[in-house]
Design a protein around this ligand. Structure first.
Ligand SMILES: *Cc1c(COP(=O)(O)O)cnc(C)c1O
Length: 342
């Protein structure tokens, strides 16, 4: 018999489960707004300018979701018959319903991770390129990167690795799109400005609705010409919103909270270290994602849920993600709820 869980569950399924707190809701309620489809919304504009500044791009565009941001970027960059190269198990390869192919028209090519978990090397890119094929060969057009790499376990690509991949892609005549859903986590883990991890990328997508705690919103950044085109595509996809300032206000509050991601990273390490001490073979987390290899992932997740700890089974183990609504006490409860490793 397990004791009934005390209090609400510890939700470690994702850093998307956060709820806007009082300060964020207050900012939303007070937001100055306009019609962003007609002639602009001042709070939207403020958020877009802020993100463009943080990433070092000329302009930026709010989008409702990271998936839409990635899709718009690929629609701008790709034509039918083009190919994009992307780290294996990338979100836009596996978890965006294949829209990169069937809407943006690109044929995907997964790249191995020779430079570390989630990170290809320039040589991986070189080897994959189709060079000098016949006129009916696919045309390599775009390199996509993902920092942090979600499926690899929130792993970071360093500025040096990033720059070497961007240079290799540009040398080969490719554009570069960076899926930076958790770029903030990478920047905090590496203690570098986000712009250092975006340098040279033609377009960048960042999420506000993950560890930063906004209820909705991503931002797609790039050149002025790119953003003009992206705005048309956003409307085409049904993502143009009117008084979006109510949502952008949450994003502006979220951006004030980048530094506190260090707390989430600390909590992830505490969780991993404590589980390692109990005999679980857990990889040390680089950011806020903890992957615990397990023989029976669904069984382990079910037994955790009985004790009020929510996690997600993967093919090879249990995945847990720390975020701003998880306390140190919650981490201790999660550790205590783990069964003995088999
Ligand atoms: C969550 C995520 C996305 C998509 O964001 P949504 O807002 O859920 O559409 C894209 N890329 C990565 C790496 C993500 O983790």
């Amino acid at each position: 018999m397990t004791a009934p869980p005390a209090g609400p569950p510890v939700d470690l399924r994702s850093d998307t489960v956060t709820r806007p707190d009082a300060r964020m809701r207050d900012a939303m309620a007070r937001a100055e707004v306009g019609d962003d489809v007609l002639d602009g919304d001042p709070t939207m504009r403020a958020l877009e300018a802020e993100v463009a500044g943080l990433l070092g791009t000329a302009d930026a565009l709010w989008v409702p979701t990271g998936s839409m941001g990635n899709l718009i970027a690929l629609c701008v960059h790709l034509e039918r018959g083009d190919r994009f190269l992307v780290p294996d198990r990338a979100h836009l390869l596996d978890l965006e319903v294949g829209t990169a192919s069937w809407l943006a028209g690109g044929m995907p090519q997964a790249l191995p991770w020779s430079a570390g978990p989630g990170t290809p090397s320039p040589a991986d890119l070189e080897r994959a390129l189709i060079r000098g094929g016949p006129y009916f060969a696919l045309r390599d057009r775009l390199l996509c990167l993902e920092n942090t790499h979600n499926a690899a376990g929130g792993t970071v690509t360093t500025p040096v690795q990033h720059r070497s991949l961007v240079d290799a892609a540009h040398d080969a005549g490719l554009l570069v799109h960076l899926d930076g859903a958790r770029l903030w986590n990478a920047a905090v883990a590496l203690d570098v400005p986000p712009a250092d991890l975006a340098e040279g990328a033609d377009t960048i997508q960042v999420c506000l609705s993950k560890g930063l705690g906004a209820p909705v919103g991503s931002v797609l950044a790039g050149s002025t010409d790119f953003v003009r085109e992206a705005r048309r595509l956003r409307k085409m996809l049904g993502g143009g919103v009117r008084q979006g300032g109510v949502l952008a206000a949450a994003g502006l509050v979220a951006l004030e909270r980048v530094d506190r991601l260090a707390v989430d990273h600390h909590h992830a390490r505490l969780l991993a270290d404590a589980l390692a001490e109990r005999g679980w073979k857990v990889d040390p987390p680089q950011t806020n994602i903890v992957m615990v290899p397990a023989d029976d992932p669904p069984g382990t997740v079910a037994s955790l849920a009985e004790r009020g700890v929510l996690a997600v089974p993967t093919g090879t183990g249990v995945r847990m993600v720390t975020h701003c609504d998880v306390s140190r006490l919650d981490i201790e409860r999660a550790v205590a709820s783990f069964p003995q490793p088999s």
